[in-house]
Design a protein around this ligand. Sequence first.
Ligand code: APR
Length: 273
Amino acid sequence: TGPELAEAGRLLAAARRPVVFTGAGMSAESGVPTFRDAQIGLWQRYDPQELATPAAFRADPALVWGWYEARRRGVRRALPNPGHRAVAAIQARLTETVVITQNVDDLHERGGVPAPVRLHGSLFAPRCSACARPAPVPSDPPVPHDGPVPHDGPEPHAPEPHDGPLTPPACAGCGAPVRPGVVWFGEALPSAALDAAVEAASGCDLLLTVGTSALVHPAAEIPLVAARLGAPVVQVNPVPTPLDAICTVNMRGPAGEVLPALVRAAWPDADAG
Ligand code: APR
């Protein structure tokens, strides 16, 4: 991807207000499974699209809460990868950069982007399913064997002994079950985040889309908004997506390798991070 890298580097170097739009592929090299790839441990036999719904939580709160707790613990043990750090380097260089993520992990924050726009909520913001009162993040049981997962291997975590259905805590206010603070299929996106994302995409002069299948709406419209208003779109993904059709530059590769290379291409003298 020599010519693509050079062209994308030129576009980034010329940008003043870029948007970086990220999906699960951004965290894949940190060992966090994507949605539409294989899941880990006993969760392999569940389809994420069937667990991530209000109906699933009503039908079996312990199953859904247990799945999110397993994912939250996996994220806790993961580390930001060089792709997350490259996004932070872009924002450090171009301070008007807006990072918009569909991810519910906290790897952008830990990778140096303090306040990404979160379209799909967070694994670290549980709230009451009835009154919406914020609830504490559960404390983690000690992990017997392993420390943080190295960023350079896609090796999935071994399932933990307590991995499985888990009764959600009760709300301290009203006693109803606590739920994950994420957006489920069929639910509205948080309107402040969606507004901020649309505004940033409307005013950007480059949209960099990273590691998303671009299949889930309305989030997937963010790159389309930018393209419609004339901003160049640069995509980083190892496989084709529906965004191929609107891309100015399409970089087929993993975020953890392509993004640091892109930063070096844009600013050859700078420390790519
Ligand atoms: N680098 C870049 N992209 C990668 C990498 C990598 N190392 N590994 C995988 N990908 C790409 C895959 O090719 C795929 O296109 O990341 C994408 C992940 O797609 P999904 O699993 O569909 O994740 P995402 O696009 O974030 O899903 C959107 O769907 O389930 C919901 O709410 C959930 O936010 C999520 C939304």
